[in-house]
Structure formats: C-alpha cells, structure tokens
Design a binder for this molecule. Structure first.
Ligand code: ADE
Length: 242
C-alpha cells in the first residue's frame, strides 16, 4: 500500500487546482532563502505533499525549467521522503500522433533531455539522461494516453530539437521531467509524469499563444487526472512500486 506521495509541480497555476481538490495546507518546509513552496495533507488515506518550484522574487513569475525542478525535487525528497514522486504539469504534444489539446498523458519507459547535445561517445547518451520512469502500465485501466516525455530548456522547438525528439521517440515535450527524474533516480525513489497538453508542437501555431490560451483547460484536466490516480492508488493495495 502506498502511503506517502509527493507531487513536483513547476507552476502555481498547475498546482492550485490540486491543492484545493486535496485540501492541502501550506508548510514552511524549506529554507526561507529558497523559492520552493510546499503543501501537505491526507486524502483517501494517503499522505500527500506537493512542492512547487516557486517564483522569481523580482518578476513574480513561476520558476519554470530544469534548474528549479531539480532543486525542488531534492528538497522534497529530503524533507518528505516519499515512496513515489509524481511530476505533474503541462506539456506540448504532436498532433500527428493523435494528441489533442487537453489530453492527459502518463510517462512511459524513460524520460530524456532533447537539447543536451554532446557528440562525444559516452557523454552523448549520458547527457540525454534516459532516466527510467515508474511502470505506469499498472494504471492502464484508467484510460490515459501514454507517451515518452522529453525535456528541454525552451518552450519553442527549433529544428535541431525536433530532430532529436524524433530520434528519441519523444511524444510529450516539457521543461522539467528529466531533471525531476534524475534527482529521483539518485535517491532511488520511483517517479512518473502526468502531463496535460496545452499545445500541439506541430500545429504551425505559435506555441506560446497556444500555451496561454489553453492553460486553464489543461490544468483542470490535469487535476482530474491526478485525483483519479490517487483514488486508484488508495484502492490498490497490490500496486508495485518497483
Ligand atoms: N509546456 C507546455 N507546452 C510546452 C512545450 N511545447 N514545450 C515545453 N514545455 C511545455
């Protein structure tokens, strides 16, 4: 039985529906020097914690991206010692694979960096990460879509990144998952991603416009998806963590 789960979420807009849904309350869990924020609660018998990357104090904007995600995950693992990490957020996906705005995907197999280009044998593969993710096949009956998540530090998709994503079999494009998975791997904590689609990266439309237009729809669907997963895990004593 899983008793202790931590969500790692980049943006507060992605996290707030979940904080409300699960009735979590904020805790001063980290050094005041750090921007990360944490919430805690119990829902359906599972101890839930949720950590966001926090905001830049000068701009007031969320600290999206790998650096903040890695630090948030490190702090979360140290403080809450979860049995399972869930990286929840929004992402881009490919229309040509049948993705639609608002779809909710679970990670499968591994997460990879698609913009770490180091053409030296050994470092090429290592730099891409290829971090394993938890076996979400156990959640099949919930009817989510599945995809390989690839991570980069930019919202757009220049040709070089697109080439890499295609080579890596990437289906979901985000800005945090591989960083979260790396820290999870170091601490031997199983991790998976749930990502709601804000934009179709092959639609020809500007990604930032699609992202902002569809953020509310995607975060609502993300919240519904997370609720269904926690309810399922709470009712599945035989779920395997390894
Ligand atoms: N988050 C939402 N949409 C994204 C995209 N297209 N690329 C990276 N991160 C995203």
């Amino acid at each position: 039985m899983i008793e202790n789960i931590t969500f790692i979420i980049a943006m507060e807009a992605e996290a707030m529906p979940l904080i409300d849904k699960f009735g979590l309350t904020e805790e001063a869990a980290f050094s005041p020097k750090l921007p990360m924020r944490a919430w805690k609660g119990k829902w359906q018998g599972i101890n839930l914690t949720l950590v966001t990357n926090g905001k830049n104090k000068d701009t007031g904007l969320d600290l999206i991206g790998c650096e903040a995600a890695a630090l948030a995950t490190f702090q979360a693992v140290k403080e809450f010692q979860p049995q399972l990490l869930i990286n929840a957020g929004t992402a881009g996906a490919f229309e040509e694979n049948g993705a639609r705005v608002g779809d909710v995907y679970l990670s499968r197999d591994r997460v990879v960096f698609h913009d770490h280009r180091v053409p030296i044998p050994g470092w090429d593969h290592q730099s891409e990460g290829h971090f394993p993710v938890w076996d979400t096949g156990q959640l099949r009956t919930l009817g989510f879509k599945y995809g390989i998540v690839t991570t980069g530090s930019s919202l757009d998709m220049p040709q070089e990144d697109e080439k890499n994503i295609r080579r890596l079999g990437g289906e979901i494009k985000d800005m945090e998952a591989a960083a979260v998975a790396w820290v999870a791997l170091l601490h031997e904590v199983p991790v998976f991603c749930i990502k709601a689609v804000t934009d179709l990266v092959d639609s020809g439309k500007p990604t930032h416009d699609e992202f902002l237009r569809n953020l509310r729809l995607a975060t609502n669907n993300l919240c519904d998806g997370c609720e269904r997963i926690i309810r399922f895990l709470a009712q599945s004593p035989d779920i395997r963590l390894r």
